[in-house]
Write a protein that binds this ligand. Structure first.
Ligand SMILES: O=C(CO)[C@@H](O)[C@H](O)COP(=O)(O)O
Ligand SMILES: [Fe+2]
Length: 220
């Protein structure tokens, strides 16, 4: 079945000295969502941005802000990110301690709730929370850094999740994050993904190339 492919550029690969301009540029270049990688230097070995930056960036785009929380615990920061302007908030089961409670909290804040599966995290992790989930994100790299190589074993996981989503009868986006480029994008789409995160592949070549880069990924 063919479904529209959405592109969510990860601003992790943007020029952090010009983040507002970069968000405006990817919006104008055709980004569907703005993917924001939040890292705490503890759950993952890298440290990025918090709710204040999300709030500041919000005024540069009306596109959905797809906030990927790589922080543990995530619960204390769900409300601050919701109030800062996140539209979709995704958490890792390993961030704990209670995935179901975190998803309930995101929904109670009026936001779309996502679960992110690391490369070694089994698909079964979502089986008992499907009723609360609006998005499942498959990490096709280990979380923490942009510019890593796509882990091809995740294609089978994407396909297995596509089957579960279709069987559930619910509208759940299936997003793939990490190592997406013009070669791996078609593989992820073929396996059943409908949202592609792309940092390196979007921002390569500078602002003049963003529209072509996004078009190439979508066309894949
Ligand atoms: O969440 C993450 C990394 O932890 C991603 O969103 C990356 O930032 C994607 O970057 P590329 O692999 O596309 O460069
Ligand atoms: Fe991400």
């Amino acid at each position: 079945m063919s479904r529209p492919v959405r592109i969510a550029p990860s601003i992790l690969s943007a020029d952090f000295a010009r983040l507002g301009e970069e968000v405006r540029a990817i919006d104008a270049a055709g980004a569907d969502w703005i993917h924001v990688d939040v890292m705490d230097g503890h759950f993952v070995p890298n440290l990025t941005i918090g709710p204040m930056v999300v709030k500041a960036l919000r005024q540069h785009s009306a596109k959905p802000f797809d906030v990927h929380l790589m922080i543990a615990p995530a619960d204390p920061l769900l409300q601050p990110f919701a109030e800062a302007g996140a539209d979709i908030i995704s958490v890792h089961p390993e961030a704990g301690p209670h995935l179901h409670r975190s998803l309930q909290a995101i929904k109670a804040l009026g936001k779309r709730a996502g679960v992110v599966l690391n490369p070694a995290t089994p698909v079964e992790s979502v089986d008992h929370v499907l009723d609360l989930v609006d998005l499942i994100m498959v990490m096709s790299v280990n979380p923490g850094f942009g510019g890593q190589k796509f882990i091809t074993s995740q294609l089978a996981k994407i396909a297995a999740l596509r089957q579960r989503i279709d069987a559930s009868g619910r509208e759940i986006d299936l997003e793939v994050d990490g190592g997406i480029d013009r070669t791996t994008a078609p593989l992820a789409i073929e396996a059943g993904a409908n949202v592609l995160v792309a940092g390196t592949a979007t921002f390569a070549g500078g602002p003049a190339a963003y529209a072509d880069n996004i078009r190439a990924l979508r066309g894949a």
